[in-house]
Design a binder for this molecule. Structure first.
Ligand code: NAD
Length: 248
């Protein structure tokens, strides 16, 4: 079940964290995975080499999702090289935290340009080929805070909530082309993004999570594999929460 042989998958922000775990999981299921990175070229290359050495299929593609022209030309080049993109996991994202009163315009621009515009431009470029092949899977990475909010995360939460509205709209727009669009909303997952948390902050979070622990990137990646699979073909416009019960 959930095999992805012969599928072409693009994972943005694929060199580390949740994106990296998605790359590994998709490749294990047989997909050819294109690993997007913006800063982590060495890590992306190492990951790609590892997958190929293990008998899988992977390559790297460096571009900044906030740069629309670069994104469009790189996604077009991937489609030209492989004939199509079947699966997009848009994991590239940034967090800039701060109370609303202290949120700077430039921080809001950075957040929205990367998390929202970046995810949508890459989806727009990838769906061109999905429409032609009448098969596609778009998966956005939202967050538990996009649904429940959080003190000090107004800007970040707004971008993550925006992706839910976007995925629901894409789901309706592309349904006749057999393209599904879904969102994964992780809770607190152990990655570099959350590595800066202090022990007291971590303990406070554990108390909010019925399962009593933070999540693993692999647990988010398993949800991505599922949503990317043939078996999830009747699921679209949904939010799959991977949060240990933190928000139900
Ligand atoms: P991370 O910081 O470890 O990885 C994010 C990756 O995105 C990095 O490799 C980074 O270089 C890349 N990236 C950032 N800006 C980019 C750009 N403009 N173009 C291309 N790549 C870019 O973060 P993570 O924890 O793996 O988070 C992955 C996604 O999951 C993010 O969208 C994040 O908002 C979301 N998320 C994370 C958590 C968590 O607890 N870690 C919780 C909820 C949601």
């Amino acid at each position: 079940m959930f095999r992805l042989d012969s599928k072409i998958a693009l994972v943005t922000g694929g060199s580390r964290g949740i994106g990296r775990a998605c790359v590994e999981a998709l490749a294990r299921q047989g997909a050819t995975v294109i690993i997007n990175y913006v800063k982590g070229e060495a890590a992306a290359r190492e990951l790609s080499d590892q997958i190929v050495a293990a008998g899988g299929k992977a390559e790297i593609a460096g571009f900044d999702v906030a740069d629309t022209a670069a994104t469009e030309s790189q996604v077009d080049a991937i489609i030209k090289r492989h004939g199509r993109i079947d699966i997009l996991v848009a994991s590239a994202g940034i967090a800039i935290d701060g109370l609303l009163l202290r949120l700077k315009d430039e921080d809001l621009d950075k957040l929205f340009n990367t998390n929202v515009r970046g995810s949508l431009t890459v989806a727009r470029a990838a769906t061109k080929s999905m429409m032609r092949s009448k098969w596609g899977r778009i998966i956005f990475l939202s967050s538990v805070v996009g649904e429940m909010g959080n003190v000090g995360q107004t800007g970040y939460a707004a971008t993550k909530a925006a992706l839910i509205g976007a995925a629901k709209s894409i789901a309706r727009e592309y349904a006749t082309r057999n393209v599904t669009a879904n969102v994964i909303a992780p809770g607190f997952i152990d990655t570099d993004m959350t590595a800066g948390m202090t022990d007291p902050q971590r303990e406070a979070i554990h108390k909010l999570v019925p399962l009593g622990r933070t999540g693993k990137a692999e647990e988010v990646a398993a949800a991505a594999v599922y949503l990317a699979s043939e078996e999830a073909g009747y699921i679209t416009g949904q939010v799959l929460r991977v949060n240990g019960g933190m928000y139900v």
